[in-house]
Structure formats: structure tokens, C-alpha cells
Design a protein around this ligand. Structure first.
Ligand code: SF4
Length: 332
């Protein structure tokens, strides 16, 4: 599949998932976040060389690049800037907008067969909570609850079991995975199998978070929801949406493989669907793998917004499909 060559090579056993490479790069321990970030910057260059050459060390050191990433993420929690809400709270003491402290919770995990064809069966882990507050949230039962405490060793064991059962990837989703990046890094330290990591996200993470997690994300499965800031503010309560997500999509393309999803919304073809597909074609390439989704239905608080309080009409679906086909050549 165009754009997912490395992902497919991992599944054929011809390449290593990034987190397994990161676990094979030796790192020094440090006390302060600044020192850790300095070491991290140097090791990123080494990691990039190993990734490109495929010349991966056999041994796993006691303290690796992946351990360093885990420790950095736990330090970042003391003034949380995982996403562009930049709450700055100490998550060891209080919760920010996403209502997450240090402990992560998840709702379910299973082999999902309803994802894009190249991803199924996908071992999907639904984390609780989200950094957005979408009025039409289709997973509000997951987002506004804390279900099961994540035990990193136990979930890693389950990821290995699901791999043996045939999973093509481990797919971290929610809600959203970004606010649980520290926990996910910890889980990956215990995972033994060579399984590609899919980051199924709203793409509203900070650059500081991208700098750390991009070396263990193999495929960015990014939602591109809105074509402008006004719709993003109105329906998801976020600021600077367009600038943040376009920056993150460009960075994701530089640092991994990319699959984009766009949920078409009623009355939002001209303001959202069209600018999104045009930007993707012009900036990420016409052949970007793109899933145009028509399954929107009004739920949660969508009833308070008459313009989105219904399903799509046939005309809207046809119009969105025509626009996507005009700009893009690799539609799911
Ligand atoms: S992840 Fe985002 S929303 Fe949650 S506390 Fe951190 S900055 Fe705030």
C-alpha cells in the first residue's frame, strides 16, 4: 500500500517496530528534565540513523532510549503540555481539562475488524478521557468515565497475546491516546512482540509531545475534523485548531506513515470537507491514504445544534465524495 510500506514490512517480519528499535539504543540516566531532553536530542539523531540503515543492535541495554522517553513523559506530567491546551497543571496533584491524572484508565481492548482494510484485525485499546470536548462525541461513554486502571505489564502481555492471535498492529485510541502517552511508553517497554504501533489521535498534541512519541509511533491514524478554527471552537471547544493539526500532520508525515480520517458532517462540506481535502492534496500529496467517513449520526449534545442534528443526506455524501475524488487518489 502506497505510504504504508514500512508498516507492511514490519508485519512481514522484514523490519522492526520503532519502539523495539528504541529499546535497543543505549541511554544515560539523568536527574532533571532539561538534562534528559538534552540526552534525548542527541539520541534522536542516533535513532534516525539506525532507522534508516536498518543496522539495529541485537542487545537490549538495561536503560534505553525508550526508558528515557518514558521518564521524560512522567516528568512532563508535572507541568502538563501533552496537548495544545497546555493546562500546565501538575498531574501528580490535580487534573487538567482532560480530567486525567497520572493513572490511566481504559474501557476495552479487542481485535477490531471495523477499521481500514490495511489495519484489520487491529488490536484496539480504548483509553478513557479526551483532550477535546466534541458536542457530537460518538464515544461519550468512554470519554466521560474511568473504567479499568491500566496495569502496564498486564496490558503488554495482552498485546503480545493479541499479536499471536493475528493482530496487525496495536492501535491506541480513546477518547484519545495523547494524554496517556506516559502510560503507553511504559506499556511498550514490556511488549515483546514486533507489532506496529498505531496512534489513533485527534492530532492536537503539542510539539514537545511529538518530539518524544514520534520515535515509537509507526502509523499516525489522524482525525482531520475541521477545515477552520470557528467550527473547531464551536463543536470541540479548541483554539488554533487549523494551525496545530496542519503542523502535526506535516510533522507526522516526516516522521512516520500516515492514514487520515475525516468524518463528514451535515452542513459542513464547504467549510470543512473541501478545505481539508484540498490542503491534504497540496501539502501531503494526492496519494495520501484518506478515509472519507459518512457514518456521522447526531448523539450526545449534537441535538442542541440544529445544523448537525441529523444524518448526512445522499446529496451531501455524493458531493463530499466528488470533492475528495477531485483532489485525492488514495481513498479508502
Ligand atoms: S493532556 Fe492536554 S488537556 Fe490534559 S492536562 Fe495535559 S495539556 Fe491539559
Amino acid at each position: 500500500m502506497v505510504g504504508l510500506e514500512r508498516y507492511e514490512a514490519i508485519n512481514r517480519g522484514e523490519a522492526l517496530a520503532k519502539f523495539q528499535i528504541a529499546k535497543r539504543i543505549n541511554a544515560e540516566k539523568a536527574e532533571s528534565l532539561d538534562e534528559m531532553l538534552e540526552i534525548h536530542r542527541k539520541l534522536k539523531r542516533e535513532f534516525a540513523k539506525v532507522l534508516e540503515s536498518g543496522d539495529v543492535p541485537d542487545e537490549k541495554p538495561d536503560y534505553s532510549f525508550m526508558h528515557l522517553k518514558r521518564d521524560i513523559l512522567y516528568e512532563m506530567l508535572k507541568s502538563c503540555n501533552f496537548c495544545e491546551r497546555r493546562c500546565g497543571v501538575n498531574r501528580y496533584e490535580k487534573k487538567g481539562f482532560c480530567k486525567c491524572g497520572v493513572t490511566s484508565y481504559f474501557s476495552s481492548e479487542f481485535l477490531h475488524v471495523g477499521e481500514e482494510p490495511e489495519l484489520v484485525p487491529s488490536h484496539t485499546i480504548f483509553f478513557n478521557r479526551c483532550t477535546f470536548a466534541c458536542v457530537f462525541c460518538q464515544n461519550y461513554d468512554i470519554v466521560y468515565e474511568d473504567d479499568y486502571i491500566v496495569d502496564a505489564r498486564e496490558l503488554a502481555y495482552i498485546i503480545d497475546v493479541r499479536r499471536r492471535q493475528g493482530s496487525k498492529n496495536v492501535n491506541f485510541v480513546g477518547g484519545n491516546p495523547d494524554q496517556h502517552a506516559h502510560t503507553i511508553a511504559e506499556i511498550l517497554l514490556y511488549v515483546e512482540s514486533n507489532v506496529p504501533v498505531v496512534w489513533n489521535s485527534n492530532m492536537y498534541h503539542s510539539e514537545e509531545l511529538a518530539e518524544v512519541i514520534e520515535d515509537f509511533v509507526d502509523v499516525w491514524l489522524g482525525d482531520f475534523k475541521y477545515g477552520n478554527d470557528e467550527c473547531a471552537r464551536k463543536y470541540s471547544k479548541v483554539a488554533n485548531y487549523w494551525k496545530v493539526v496542519t503542523r502535526n500532520f506535516l510533522r507526522a508525515k516526516e516522521n512516520g506513515e500516515l492514514l487520515i480520517r475525516h468524518l463528514v458532517m451535515p452542513n459542513h462540506i464547504e467549510c470543512c470537507t473541501e478545505p481539508i481535502v484540498r490542503w491534504v492534496a497540496e501539502n501531503l500529496g494526492r496519494d495520501t491514504r484518506f478515509n472519507l467517513m459518512f457514518q456521522y449520526y447526531p448523539t450526545f449534545k449534537a441535538w442542541e445544534y440544529p445544523e448537525i442534528a441529523r444524518r448526512l443526506t445522499r446529496e451531501e455524501m455524493e458531493k463530499a465524495a466528488r470533492i475528495a475524488e477531485k483532489y485525492l487518489s488514495n481513498l479508502v
